[in-house]
Design a protein around this ligand. Structure first.
Ligand SMILES: C[S@@+](CC[C@H](N)C(=O)[O-])C[C@H]1O[C@@H](n2cnc3c(N)ncnc32)[C@H](O)[C@@H]1O
Length: 318
């Protein structure tokens, strides 16, 4: 580990932000939240950008789902919070789309764009904190996408969201499932080494590493139930989308989704190596796991898919 920082010169705070990063096995990580063990560097920005576009294809051209327009339409000073904003793709798009809305993006790493619309701001802190630094009922809309792998207590995270969103305000949660399917069958259906074994082994390894970091890997498939359990939300809408991985779909829109997911996974695989090594797997084994997964990603005859869990709900009145 070292304190070296890559110079991503279009990131804000690039120079003074050295304390927010560390290098691990050649990749850059955020030091504020040690539970989150995916890199925060150029390849990861590319991956997030691909996923952001994938979401737009899933949501018929939009970056959001649910009654966003209705939630934001009245009032001159609407406020939106994006938790685990990453590069800030969503936050910036929301500012561009809703010219009267103020968007705050929060992340443990200062990796956001340097030049952003004036109504967009970024803050750097760990969203695992039990007391997020805002007053109750501050936000009209709270969005958290692809962040559960950095959240140590997801139910508490949801309770905080419930405190911060105003009554009638909207929460949108989006998390990819960490289990994979081949020809519509889950991993568990493939026994005795059958199926795309390399692909499944990589995901099993990823999940067990997350568990050892204290992450609940079942959060994506339980988003709706977890939101319900807080007792703070109503009109809970839950969707599970199927995302193809690769170039086999015939429908042009689904094919684009498959291509984007394929490219995103191609970037994800090497990004997992530092985590696997850090958690004690031997390098030769890690290289083998990643290589076998790549082999399946590039050449399998199975139709790989995974699920995307999407939930939106309104904050109950007090
Ligand atoms: C996979 S990226 C997704 C980024 C963005 N939400 C998107 O969908 O494009 C996950 C981001 O969440 C951030 N993150 C994860 N756990 C966090 C935590 N506990 N506090 C703050 N940020 C966190 C990471 O630093 C990373 O930038």
């Amino acid at each position: 580990m070292s304190a070296d920082v890559d110079d991503d010169d279009d990131c804000y705070q690039a120079i003074e932000a050295a304390q927010f990063f560390y290098k691990l096995h050649g990749r850059r990580f955020g030091s504020l939240n040690t539970a989150y063990m995916l890199p925060v560097d150029t390849d990861e920005f590319k991956r997030s950008s691909l996923f952001h576009r994938l979401i737009q294809f899933m949501f018929n051209g939009r970056v959001y789902i649910g009654p966003v327009k209705e939630t934001l339409q009245f009032g001159a000073y609407r406020k939106v919070l994006d938790l685990g904003t990453g590069r800030g793709f969503w936050a910036v798009d929301m500012c561009d789309l809703f010219s009267w809305v103020y968007v705050t993006g929060v992340d443990a790493a200062p990796i956001q764009f340097n030049e952003v619309p004036p109504r967009c701001r970024f803050e750097v802190w760990d969203i695992n904190t039990p007391d997020m630094p805002y007053a109750a009922d501050t936000f009209d809309l709270i969005h958290a996408r692809c962040v559960h792998t950095g959240i140590l207590n997801y139910p508490r995270f949801l309770s905080e969201i419930g405190r911060l969103v105003r009554p009638g305000g909207l929460v949108i949660l989006i998390e990819p499932d960490l289990r994979q399917l081949a020809d519509d069958q889950p991993e568990i259906e493939y026994t005795f080494g059958s199926g795309p074994r390399g692909w499944f082994t990589l995901w099993e390894t990823y999940r067990s590493c997350l568990v050892s970091l204290g992450i609940d890997v079942t959060v994506p498939q339980r988003l709706g139930a977890l939101l319900e359990q807080t007792g703070l939300f109503e009109e809970i809408n839950e969707y599970t989308g199927t995302i193809p991985v690769g170039f086999y779909p015939e429908d042009p829109r689904i094919l684009t989704v498959g291509q984007l997911q394929w490219m995103a996974y191609d970037l994800l695989l090497p990004g997992l190596k530092p985590m696997f090594l850090h958690l004690g797997l031997r390098e030769a084994r890690v290289d083998r796991i990643i290589k076998d997964a790549q082999q399946d990603l590039y050449h399998t005859e199975y139709r790989l898919t995974s699920h995307l869990h999407v939930v939106y709900a309104l904050r109950r009145p007090h």
